[in-house]
Design a protein around this ligand. Structure first.
Ligand code: MTE
Ligand code: MOS
Length: 774
């Protein structure tokens, strides 16, 4: 806001700085027959033009599976794949040098659609199923069965700060890396392996990112590796900052999904069986695709109990940039399927979808085990549902919407409530760990280092609050340092919404250690003054910037005055902390276990107004009630909830990614890719935090907030579907996909009108497609 925040591109560097540029493949699939870099290297101002042969260590930057080359060798498998690197004194010299690079290709067939990958059986990894009960039997005996297919689209992260890295050579083999990465330890590891040096030579520092949203969990590594290689080759500081269009073309997106479902239910709309087949477009390499598919499978139930259920996930390999983490991490794609199912059941039974949702919620004491065996503890669904239905005046507004729709032909309103139940923890269980290093200085100031990174989600503010509260001091006394791999090593990515949960606990652990050391010494100080009635370590407390003997409150010393005494008495004022999430465990082969420490819950009611002639929609009002346990910072939490919802609205409505038939991204700038703007914010936006719900066994009884609210946007998507359905008096069910762009909406309305006119002429019964009743 004030322009004071320092991002990577703002770091002051001397005149030695070189500009780096990546030369990437213009083809989706081709063999590299030959290339010639001679002319490019001769250009004045150019300091390096590198190819794969110039890599001193491993030519690899795959985060989980080593299937991702840093620089292409003899083949390129997507448009945007890095082939060569250039470092020059000025940007225009880089551009000029790139023109002088010559390459001969032999084009190969490219797979650009999930369907084509399925036809060719081009899988990216193992196929896994999670199953409970007897699905086939339950489907056979169900009174009603619905089948269908749902497409959900890709999504561009659109972090405001594009991928960027600055590398500065140190002494000997040392390299200092300033990267906009969610995962400094992985960036460090990949650079070390690429350069063939020890990790102790590589320091990665992250002050903050200008937004990430999952797009910098693994894919910041690419820009960092390229920059490091140029820095290594030139022994000069080098910076690469991707242009927006390049960033959009060469980095992966949210995975698009093509999902099939078949569900059985009774006359009341209660689900008895569900079979799901989820297919995702993984892109050219594995990246995080397997974990993302896993989370989709673990969230295809959303908030609903399905006694007999199976879900199979297949990740398909295509010739597109590798798709990657994006807020929700597969959760949104899974939930969109069951929310469609519930909506279809309601339309089929001619009931309000809110009622069907309520009937299928996980129970408080019964029907409370998920398809993968975890018990839904501390279920807040009913609490939230009842409060939100009331505060949003859902029933009254449902009537008003119906009345409005009866009196307007070219405008229709729609209303929907959708829940979110989101599991908190990395599903790769060992990743649920964090470290911290807390230093207290002689003047009583405190410097907190932890493994998490700041990307705008407010993690450092929450950590500062946690540290101040645990130490019983004022906020100003505590500073949270830039994340640095030399302070806290071997960290996990800041992801899975668990940043505060994990790092907050690690910081608390370090501070608890410091407090016990200080308390022991202070008890001695007090005792020396009052030898007749000794102070005990256990009765020393830290409060309001003082250290006090609780039993003798007149014995107290200001925190800042106590620290010099600690140095005199040779007490260490530096401590590391560590945390690992207890009681979780997940067997991905068996598809069974307790992957999540707990669940976050929330619900949203969205009302939209649809212009039937143009497909344009406006969100009139959104009411959200979300569970964050005891909020560490209501301002940040509400910001995350509103931001998450709006980001989800973008995915559900206007954000549409298109490639041409050669695998070129066509929507690579803001003029063709529409993210939500201020115009798209609900006219009336009411967000509230569920009160009186402390979360057991977490840092200060709080709950993660970051990702779950994104999925609340499904209420906007289904409110639009509701309005579309109203355009044909709810007689037929609209065909619908995600995002519901104006085009999708208009086509859907067009099809409904055709059906209405066919019925008028042929008098055919009003049966929604693909539904069978027995
Ligand atoms: N909020 C802002 N402003 N910017 C971001 O990049 N990333 C989201 C979420 N909220 C993001 C954000 C994602 S994908 C995750 S996983 C979490 O923040 C990570 O931070 P946390 O675990 O500390 O909540
Ligand atoms: Mo968030 S998608 O877990 O970085």
């Amino acid at each position: 806001m004030t322009g004071e925040a320092v991002y990577v591109d703002d770091i002051l560097v001397n005149e030695q700085l070189l500009v780096g540029r990546v030369v990437y493949s213009p083809h989706a699939h081709a063999r590299i027959k030959s290339f010639d870099l001679t002319k490019a290297k001769q250009l004045p101002g150019v300091h390096a033009v590198l190819c794969h042969k110039d890599i001193p260590g491993h030519n690899q930057m795959g985060p989980v599976v080593k299937d991702e080359l840093c620089l292409a060798v003899d083949e390129v498998t997507f448009v945007g794949q890095a082939m060569f690197l250039i470092a020059a004194e000025h940007e225009d010299q880089c551009v000029e040098a790139e023109r002088l690079v010559s390459v001969e290709y032999e084009l190969r067939e490219a797979i650009l659609e999930i369907e084509t990958a399925i036809e060719k059986n081009n899988l990216l990894g193992p196929v896994r199923t999670i199953e409970r009960g007897n699905v086939e039997g339950a489907l056979r005996s169900a009174p009603h069965v619905i089948k269908g297919e749902l497409r959900t689209g890709a999504q561009e992260h659109w972090y405001l700060e594009s991928q960027v890295c600055l590398c500065i050579p140190g002494e000997g083999r040392e390299i200092n890396v300033f990267s906009s990465t969610q995962h400094p330890s992985e960036t460090q590891a990949l650079i070390a392996e690429l350069l063939g040096i020890g990790k102790h030579e590589v320091v990665v520092e992250v002050r903050r990112m200008g937004g990430a949203f999952g797009g910098k969990e693994t894919q910041a590594n690419h820009t960092a590796c390229w920059t490091a290689l140029l820095c290594w080759a030139t022994r000069r500081p080098v910076k690469i900052r991707l242009f927006r269009d390049d960033d959009m073309k060469i980095t992966g997106k949210r995975h698009r999904f093509l999902s099939q479902y078949e569900v059985g239910f009774d006359d009341e709309g209660v689900l008895s069986a569900a079979k799901f087949d989820l297919n995702s477009d993984g892109g050219a390499t594995v990246d995080l695709s397997m974990a993302i598919m896993e989370r989709a499978k673990l969230h295809v139930d959303n908030a609903y109990y399905v006694p007999n259920m199976s879900v199979t996930g297949r990740v398909w390999k295509t010739n597109l940039p590798s798709n990657t983490a994006f807020r929700g991490f597969g959760g949104p794609q899974g939930m969109a399927v069951i929310e469609t199912v519930i909506d279809r059941i309601a339309r089929y039974l001619k009931k309000d979808p809110a009622e069907i949702r309520f009937k299928n919620f996980y129970g408080l004491d019964t029907n409370d085990v998920t398809h993968y065996g975890e018990v839904v503890e501390n279920n807040r669904l009913f609490l939230i549902y009842h409060q939100l239905m009331q505060s949003s005046e859902y029933q009254k507004r449902r009537k008003a919407v119906n009345e409005f729709n009866a009196s307007y032909e070219f405008y229709k309103k729609g209303l929907a409530i959708t829940p979110v139940k989101f599991g908190i923890s990395f599903t790769t269980s060992f990743l649920n760990q964090a470290g911290a290093l807390v230093n207290v200085y002689k003047d009583g100031t405190i410097l907190v280092n932890h493994g998490g990174t700041e990307m705008g989600q407010g993690l450092h503010t929450k950590i500062q609050q946690v540290a101040a509260a645990v130490f019983g001091v004022s906020l100003e006394r505590v500073k949270v340092n830039a994340t640095n791999t030399s302070k806290v090593p071997n960290t996990s990515a800041t992801a899975a919404s668990a940043g505060t949960d994990l790092n907050g606990m690690a910081v608390k652990h370090a501070i608890d250690i410091l407090k016990s050391r200080i308390a022991e010494a202070i008890a001695q100080v007090f005792t020396e003054k009052h030898p007749a009635s000794p102070s005990l370590q256990d009765s020393v407390i830290f409060q309001d910037d003082y250290i006090i003997d609780e039993k003798h409150p007149e014995r107290k010393i200001a925190f800042a005055d106590a620290m010099p005494l600690m140095q005199l008495r040779q007490v260490s004022l530096s401590a590391t902390g560590f945390y690992r999430t207890p009681d979780i465990g997940w067997d991905k082969e068996k598809g069974h276990g307790r992957p999540f420490h707990y669940y976050a819950f929330g619900m949203a009611v969205t009302e939209v107004l649809l212009d039937v002639l143009t497909g344009h929609h406006t969100i009139l009002r959104t009411d959200i009630l979300h569970d964050v346990g005891d909020s560490l910072n209501p301002g940040i939490d509400i910001g995350q909830i509103e931001g998450g919802y709006i980001q989800g609205v973008g995915w559900c409505t206007t954000e549409e990614i298109k490639w041409d038939d050669k695998g070129n991204l066509m929507t690579h700038s803001p003029d063709t890719y529409k993210i939500p703007s201020v115009q798209d914010i609900p006219r009336d936006f009411r967000t509230a935090l569920l009160q009186g719900v402390p979360n057991p066994n977490t840092i200060r009884k709080s709950k993660a907030v970051a990702e779950p609210p994104l999925m609340l946007a499904l209420s906007a998507w289904l409110a639009i579907k509701d309005a579309v359905s109203a355009a044909a008096q709810h007689e037929f069910e609209p065909e619908f996909s995600l995002p519901a762009t104006n085009e999708v909406i208009l086509l859907s309305i067009e099809k409904l009108k055709q059906k209405t006119s066919e019925r008028v002429t042929e008098d055919v019964g009003a049966k929604p497609p693909l539904v069978s009743s027995k």
